[in-house]
Design a protein around this ligand. Sequence first.
Ligand code: DUR
Ligand code: ZN
Length: 133
Amino acid sequence: MVKLNLSEKELLEAAKKAAENSYSPYSHYKVGCAVKTKDGHIFTGCNVENASYSLTICAERNAIFKAISEGHRTFSEMAVYVDSEESFPPCGACRQVIYEFAPEIEIIYANRKAIHKAFITELFPSAFTLKKD
Ligand SMILES: O=c1ccn([C@H]2C[C@H](O)[C@@H](CO)O2)c(=O)[nH]1
Ligand SMILES: [Zn+2]
């Protein structure tokens, strides 16, 4: 079990709260994510499912896209919470999106029983990138 500092605890609490808004009548996985921008704002997101399953958006991408849409592009921390007894790190699609905006970020991912931490570079080695303007 990893130890969290105060800022990380606050972020995980925000992710947990966001999971309460999860719309997941198909998988029943309630996922919440909170990202902190380098200037200290917290944005949250939950997973939103659809009867056409592939249209589902994960909590992580929802949180990041909300921040980007509000003009925030630099992130220092991310926490993901799933209201379940099993934990999973972000899916492949989310890893690609996280890497785009925060290639050095450490991700806290937790469930009802355990807390884990991993850098995006560990989860997503050899990332696909392009030169930016
Ligand atoms: O990184 C992930 C992986 C899955 N989910 C959601 C999508 C779907 O609603 C449910 C089961 O895949 O979990 C996330 O929110 N984040
Ligand atoms: Zn995902």
